[in-house]
Design a protein around this ligand. Sequence first.
Ligand SMILES: Nc1ncnc2c1ncn2[C@@H]1O[C@H](COP(=O)(O)OP(=O)(O)O)[C@@H](O)[C@H]1O
Ligand SMILES: [Mg+2]
Length: 526
Amino acid sequence: MLFSDLPLHPILRKKVEMRGIRGLYPPQEEAVKKGLFNGKNILMVTNTASGKTLLAEILAINTVMSGRGKVVYLSPLKALADEKFRDFGQYSELNLKTILTVGNYDSAEPRIEWYDIVCTTYEKMDSIVRHRPSWLNEVALIIIDEIHYLDDEKRGPVLESLIANLKLIMPSAQFFALSATVGNANEIASWLEAELVESSWRPVPLKEGVFLNGKIIYSDGETRRIKTKFSSPVLDLVYDTVEDGGQAIVFVNSRRRAVSLAKTVGERLNLRPNSESDELSEKLRHSSEVTSLNEELAALVRSGVSFHHAGLTVEQRREIERGFRGGAIKIIVATPTLAAGVNLPARRVIIESSERYVAGEGSEPIKILEYKQFAGRAGRPGYDEYGEAILIAKTKSDAEDLFATYINGQPEKIRSKMGTPYKFRTHLLSFIVTFDGSNDEGISRYISKLLLSKQLRKKEIAELVSESIKMLTEGNFILASGNAYIPTELGRYVSELYIDPLTALYAIKALKKGKAITEFSVMHLI
Ligand SMILES: Nc1ncnc2c1ncn2[C@@H]1O[C@H](COP(=O)(O)OP(=O)(O)O)[C@@H](O)[C@H]1O
Ligand SMILES: [Mg+2]
């Protein structure tokens, strides 16, 4: 199937052809056959670089150009929403009005009325929805990128509750949800009332392996001994890649580590610089207002190495990515943000550690889905015969564990993270604020739209509801009026500030003991 076979607006069709994109990748074709361009909800769970984002872009533009309505593009991070906004800029001659909105969680964003495509984060959209602006009625398509964030303790409940609210407010809008890693894709598709496109197809084959004692052991049984010049697994692997004419991305777990390891790689490998590296280095020397960071980057890039994390400006990241694609940069040491966002393939992906330090918890293994996201970056279409993802083991049993857990493991099932009283009451309050005057029936409808309703027993959900209503009423966050629940001013305020009502209650009690002040002024203090 060709893109020219799709029911695209003629100008868009021409634009796609001009980008040199002709045939659809197999998973893209499957999504089209399942009704993507006929308004069907689709959940697409396919590997990194299998063309999800491109398809979403084309669908978004076509939706606007064919006059169906507005598009909301939801990303998990501000940096990614920003990137998406810039991507739509490539289609500027089509006269689309695209807006980026990420900050300030207290506005209905009425100016969006005048725009066609809204690029935003889950949190910002959630806060917009609470104000119920009238432009919501014009939304025809909602794209949810990286939907596996549903499983995230912190971000997941916001996304889940947002989806439930969107489904209630705009029952006829189309949903297109994307992810490379969902263990229970069938269940998530059924929750989203979507057709499922699930495929293991990838544009470049992937070889996965573990590095132990100077040797890469691949999952197909093959091995490769490499020079252990530096007696450091990462440095040896990186050196081997570059010597072989390839490029590598090393994933590490913190910004600080990304900078320090990039420096070590730069100093120890001592790669011969090329003139493009020098040029890029000069450009980066004046790339932001933070002089020390500019100098750090410039010095590193001169030796063909860079770090990449969300602390850099969008422009800096774009330059680094461009430099990597063009060959001025051979090695990038990156935080996990890179795995979720831009399309930046490398011949070899190295995962420095399968453990991460979590404040207060100590070391924790990374999720399988995170590993799969990293591995998905391996292999440059058109350049590499195959890509490689390498984990590093210290001992033989360590190597066996890594094979069993990550390489042969399936990504985790996505579990609703709304089933605790704390998360539940917070989002129930936000529902009541959004649908002022909702009653028990309304609450039941809301719950039926949550993933929680598929994963938790009815009896337990009923307990969560009654406990939460009791707590919210006693705390004066909501009032029961007839059979409706009305948010109080305090309730609205707490909800807009994203505070747990119980925390707010403690703060109010503590402060009231001191002085006679109103609840509202207390909330101003928080
Ligand atoms: N059908 C296609 N033909 C050629 N290139 C494609 C096609 N679909 C996507 N691409 C390109 O492949 C790369 C990865 O696509 P992308 O949409 O970012 O994948 P994903 O979102 O699944 O990771 C991008 O550079 C994109 O432009
Ligand atoms: Mg993508």
